[in-house]
Design a protein around this ligand. Structure first.
Ligand code: FES
Ligand SMILES: [Fe+2]
Length: 444
């Protein structure tokens, strides 16, 4: 190990409490350096203003309104009369009310303030209600043309709902200049076949900077350490990190890091991908034959407020009955709650350190193993400086914090959901024991 690397390792050792660094052996580091030192040909493109996966298809039914926000801008997703998904700015074009408390009637959005009703295309379909008829002025037709919902392009693909977030909602969807392809970020475009798997999903809200959560999900070292006792995989534990080689590639559409077993055949252990702006895929093995994969979509709701959609696919559990029998859903949820609580402990304090300006280039010393993180930050900082998405809907400290106070989904610090989940597991276990016991008693 070079003197400089030794110094860096020492610094991280001091910061992180030694064990991670001491579990990485020299040859892994040298290998990493060798693989990552050459300048990559391609820089990651992709913009912070682009396609985001913000909701799972099955999470929104006809007649429901899903409120959320992007970079502080309040938005709504709902299904129109043909069940097509629509994403609109949460702002009624009549007098500026929010649609919170509004409803969907026959696929049309109805404002809670004066009952203004809007078609799928965003036109007001009951203008008479707003004008009381007797005060209709000569401008009626003109007014009808001007009053219109503000929308973002919204599509449904492979069980996800995506919006094209540009920062400026428009009355006419045709006015959007779509600059990035959605196809590239689809899991199936990497050889993964979602219909061969069974998946479980949760939404997790964090009170911290969304970019820090992405960093966490790109960080292989922490998985072995902080989640070493939680993830039910014999290859994931505090000692395992010594046995892997790492190869990192950057292309225009992604950053990819592959970890393979150092000994034996060259079989891949984990493949990690970051696909801008907010998707991380973690494959156990090769994407086309992975035993399990996690797709994590990160939604920048606001400063210090981010949502993660976590989908965990498993191959061996396609059968519905088997899935129920071994309690895939509650057991998977239990693992999710534990993992996210473990991460949250670090993420909220790390966000604080970052906002206090403590995480500066000279203050933190990255290792070769952190190259993925470095590439991610290079891309993110660059995109952030060029596009400044947080400045588009800037929120002053005195701004009404209404949306910030909206209930969080599965907040890691709230033990209620995890307790409910544990209760469900206990009840199901008891039932599994009691039913056969009852049958035996009956037979006797
Ligand atoms: S503010 Fe929505 S109908 Fe008046
Ligand atoms: Fe984590």
């Amino acid at each position: 190990m070079s003197e400089e690397r030794l110094k860096q390792a020492k610094a991280l050792e001091i910061q992180s409490g030694a064990a991670v660094v001491s579990s990485v052996d020299n040859s892994t580091q040298e290998h990493t350096e060798e693989k990552t030192s050459s300048k990559p040909e391609n820089q990651l493109s992709g913009s912070l203003l682009g396609w985001y996966s913000v909701l799972s298809s099955k999470s929104i039914k006809d007649g429901e309104l899903y409120h959320f926000s992007m970079y502080n801008e309040p938005l709504i997703i709902y299904r129109d009369k043909d069940s097509r998904v629509r994403c609109i700015k949460d702002l009624c074009p009549h007098r500026g009310a929010s649609f919170l408390g509004g409803k969907i009637v026959k696929g049309e959005l109805v404002c809670p303030y004066h009952g203004g009703r809007f078609s799928a295309e965003g036109e007001c379909t009951n203008l008479d209600r707003l004008t009381c008829q007797h005060i209709i002025d000569s401008n009626y037709n003109n007014y009808a043309k001007r009053i219109h919902l503000y929308q973002y392009p919204c599509v449904e693909q492979e069980g996800y709902i995506y919006i094209y977030y540009s920062g400026t909602a428009k009355t006419n969807l045709e006015d959007f200049e779509i600059k990035s392809s959605l196809k590239d970020s689809q899991p199936s475009s990497y050889g993964f076949k979602p219909n061969e798997y069974k998946y479980e999903e949760v939404y997790v809200d964090f009170k911290c900077d969304w970019a820090r959560i992405i960093e966490n999900h790109l960080d292989i070292l922490h998985i072995f350490w902080i989640h070493g006792d939680t993830i039910p995989d014999k290859d994931v534990n505090r000692k395992a990190i010594t046995s892997f080689n790492q190869t990192i590639k950057r292309s225009k559409r992604e950053i990819e890091s592959k970890y393979s077993h150092k000994t034996g055949d060259k079989e891949e252990f984990i493949t990690l991908k970051f696909i801008p702006p907010g998707r991380v895929c973690i494959y156990k093995g090769n994407p086309d034959s992975a035993r399990y994969i996690q797709i994590l979509d990160h939604v920048p709701l606001g400063r210090n407020r981010a949502r993660v959609i976590v989908r965990h696919y498993r191959k061996f559990l396609k059968n519905k009955f088997l899935t129920k029998l071994i309690m895939f859903k509650p057991l998977q949820h239990r693992i999710f709650y534990k993992i996210f609580s473990e991460d949250y402990l670090v993420l909220k304090t790390q966000s604080f350190n970052e906002q206090m300006g403590y995480i500066k280039k000279d203050n933190v010393k990255l290792l070769g193993e952190d190259k993925m993180i470095q590439y991610y930050w290079d891309w993110y900082q660059n995109a952030l400086n060029n596009e400044r998405p947080w400045d588009i809907h800037h929120k002053a400290p005195s701004t009404n914090n209404f949306h910030e106070e909206a209930p969080m989904l599965y907040p890691p610090e709230n033990p209620k959901l995890s307790n409910e989940n544990s209760r469900e597991i206990t009840i199901q276990l008891i039932l599994r024991l009691l039913i056969p016991l009852g049958l035996i008693i009956l037979i006797i």
